[in-house]
Write a protein that binds this ligand. Structure first.
Ligand code: SF4
Ligand code: SF4
Length: 415
């Protein structure tokens, strides 16, 4: 395992740690938190709001949403320090919100977080405060974010067809309530920069265990990066994130704007280029189709609204997906998984399942200890198992399409 510390002077410090198993993630989060102890609130009664990335209902091992191993390690580390007013809050993307899909349930955050006595808040349902940004955008930012006493952002590292890369700065699009996120697309690059000037996280913990490359954030390919990163300054954080995955700054419009606005200094760019190692050269997102760009045009909003009932038809959305107009296709049918059982005759004791279990079950316990206090049915073990040794009770439903597309890739990256 490796640890890197970078001190960029006024641009702040960044820690990068390798990790994969739940025990390693826990150790590294504790270690990094200790390094940033001076920024943590002195008053243990301070309200701490953790904002993960729950963009949609793709599980963390596919590279889209924040990994539960990271989330529970952070909560445990904070609770170990005595903080007791902790909340996990996010608002999923506009497609998820419009369809009424509950990502807290689909991603099992609703089963994980209450185990620690921590509450959950859907920012899409929260009252909002309108904030003027760029290009006439005036999205409402969730009241809970505006009022937060201490904010921790827990983003993912993934490519983004429109924004180049999604990490801490892009994670802040999720603080806009409901359909107000569309406002950001009036000029996404400038608005990502601007919203990060309005509200700043106090601490950032990047989930770089599994990322997404190619056509992200909803239709790319997962890859194992096996790293975490902690910092306090979102612009610095994302410059370092770009460096770690070989993403040129000029492919990330909001960082380009930040350089021109003086929010990212030349000194930081030079220092990070000289000091930060590239862990992986990720595949960039492909050029967006002209149709996809047109679909964001505000002047065509009337047309978008008019054809929306059509687009909700799975056959039409399949066509729109094939034409590159949309990335995400949603099923309204939640899964009905009630448990999973180990088939000992199929298991070869590889241990891949235990390396991803956020509740720290061992390979001998997975599929055996199935009570709710042991297993939150996140199915990470099932995604990782290459032998089909974990049999599901209930139906995958919405996850069927995810599994058809990604199961083999997840097995490979977990092996
Ligand atoms: S045993 Fe499997 S489904 Fe249960 S919590 Fe662990 S990884 Fe998730
Ligand atoms: S991943 Fe599958 S095969 Fe490997 S130990 Fe777990 S249940 Fe057995």
């Amino acid at each position: 395992m490796s640890r890197h510390s970078f001190d960029f002077g006024p641009a702040g410090q960044v820690r990068v740690m390798s990790a994969w198993t739940p025990a390693q993630v826990k150790t590294e989060v504790e270690w990094a938190l200790e390094r940033f102890a001076e920024v943590l609130p002195e008053d243990l009664g301070t309200g701490i709001l953790i904002k993960p990335n729950m963009n949609n209902d793709l599980a963390a091992l596919i590279g889209n949403s924040t990994d539960l191993r990271v989330l529970c390690s952070l909560i445990e580390a904070l609770k170990n320090r005595g903080y007791h007013r902790i909340q996990v809050a996010d608002g999923s993307n506009v497609g998820v919100h419009r369809r009424g899909i509950n990502t807290f349930a689909r991603l099992r955050i609703d089963k994980l977080v209450p185990r620690y006595g921590v509450s959950i808040l859907d920012l899409n349902q929260d009252g909002g405060v309108p904030v003027p940004l760029q290009a006439g955008a005036r999205p409402k930012i969730a009241r809970a974010i505006m009022d937060a006493e201490f904010l921790i952002s827990v983003p993912k590292i993934k490519t983004h067809a429109e924004a180049g890369l999604s990490c801490a700065l892009k994670n802040w699009v999720g603080i806009c309530t409901g359909q107000d996120k569309r406002e950001m697309h009036r000029d996404l690059g400038r608005n990502i920069m601007a919203i990060n000037e309005v509200v700043k996280p106090d601490l950032i913990l990047v989930d770089g265990l599994v990322g997404m490359e190619g056509n992200g954030p909803g239709d790319g390919e997962p890859f194992r990066l096996g790293h975490l990163m902690m910092s306090t300054e979102a612009f610095t954080n994302d410059v370092v994130a770009c460096r770690l995955v070989g993403m040129p700054i000029e492919r990330v419009p909001y960082l380009e704007h930040a350089i021109h606005a003086g929010l990212v200094s030349q000194e930081l760019l030079e220092q990070s280029a000289a000091q930060v190692p590239m862990l992986r050269q990720i595949k960039h997102a492909p050029q967006r189709s002209r149709l996809a760009e047109l679909s964001e045009a505000r002047s065509l909003n009337w047309l978008k609204l008019a054809v929306r009932p059509l687009v909700d038809d799975p056959r039409v959305s399949q066509l729109a997906y094939k034409a590159g107009i949309i990335q995400d296709r949603y099923s309204l049918q939640d899964d009905s998984i009630t448990g999973l059982r180990l088939r000992k005759d199929k298991c070869d004791d590889c241990g891949a399942c235990a390396e991803v279990c956020p509740t720290h079950l061992s390979a001998e316990e997975i599929g055996v200890k199935t009570e709710p206090e042991d297993c939150i049915q996140c199915l990470y073990c099932w995604w990782a198992c290459p032998q089909e040794a974990l049999e599901l009770e209930g139906q995958l439903h919405f996850m069927e399409a995810h599994a058809a597309r990604y199961k083999e890739q997840v097995e490979a990256l977990c092996s």
